[in-house]
Design a binder for this molecule. Structure first.
Ligand code: CTP
Ligand code: CA
Length: 231
């Protein structure tokens, strides 16, 4: 019933969603990655489409099929994702950064396979920081760019204590300059590659505007409700 009631409320709106997890190459056969499956981001793209939006899905190594009826842009590394997001954000109304973006990448990517024999018993990797796509967009917006764009971030945290988790979320949304931050708890057995999710949505002031639990599709609709309610 909630889905039917919401149907069409994003009609004509341009929504960009990032989903999945970036991979940062080390050599031609290896990468540093993360466990994001892309399910929650794909559900948001599907729900936005069902509500009438024109959707661009920027996909980094999805483990699930993308929804029909969306424009698919593939990105592998954090920097590729940044280029895709910057292009798509220029004429978007809403950007939802659900992808797990690698914070660091190998400082050097070698052209041939790293060999054990040349390394010995330990291998040290040197990593450099990737651009923080969301924080940079937040800063550009504060400087007057992207005037009509709604910016939504995600924060997956392992913090077990709910109050501490929310405090982290409040600090994070302030750092990012986003309109909303979707906070969820993740762990060895929680959050990834599962159908369900449980989230708290914070606004720019750090106040809770929504709490949702259930299938990733129903959580997607509650997140979109919170975005629509910004207007
Ligand atoms: N994000 C991004 N660019 C990065 C890292 C993260 O745009 N290089 C976005 C993510 O897509 C997400 C939000 O920022 O929407 C929060 O990501 P998260 O990893 O929780 O926050 P970080 O600022 O990277 O802090 P940390 O990982 O140390 O908790
Ligand atoms: Ca991070």
């Amino acid at each position: 019933a909630a889905r039917l009631a919401a149907s069409g409320d994003l009609s004509g709106r341009r929504v960009v969603v990032t989903a999945g997890g970036t991979r940062e190459p080390l050599d031609p056969v290896r990468f540093l990655g993360n466990r994001s499956s892309g399910r929650q981001g794909v559900a948001i793209a599907a729900a936005a489409r069902a509500r009438g939006a024109e959707v661009t899905l920027i996909a980094a190594h999805l483990e699930v099929a993308p929804p029909e009826g969306v424009t698919l842009v593939e990105a592998s590394t954090a920097r590729e994702l940044q280029h895709a997001v910057t292009d798509a954000a220029a004429d978007a109304d809403i950007l939802v950064m659900a992808a797990a973006v690698a914070d660091y990448r190998p400082a050097v990517v070698v052209d041939s396979k790293i060999k054990k024999e040349a390394q010995g018993d330990t291998l040290e990797l040197s990593l450099v920081k990737n651009p923080d796509i969301l924080a940079e967009l937040g800063a550009s917006r504060r400087a007057g760019e992207y005037p009509g764009l709604r910016l939504v971030g995600f924060a997956a945290e392992t913090e077990p204590d709910q109050a501490a988790l929310l405090e982290m979320g409040r600090a994070k949304i302030a750092r990012k300059g986003a309109d909303l931050l979707v906070v969820n708890r993740v762990g060895w057995t929680q959050g990834f590659a599962t159908d369900g999710n449980s989230v708290v949505v914070l606004d720019g002031a750090g106040d809770i505007v929504s709490e949702a639990a259930g299938s990733k599709m129903s959580v997607a609709d509650r997140i979109l409700d919170a975005i629509v309610a910004l207007d």
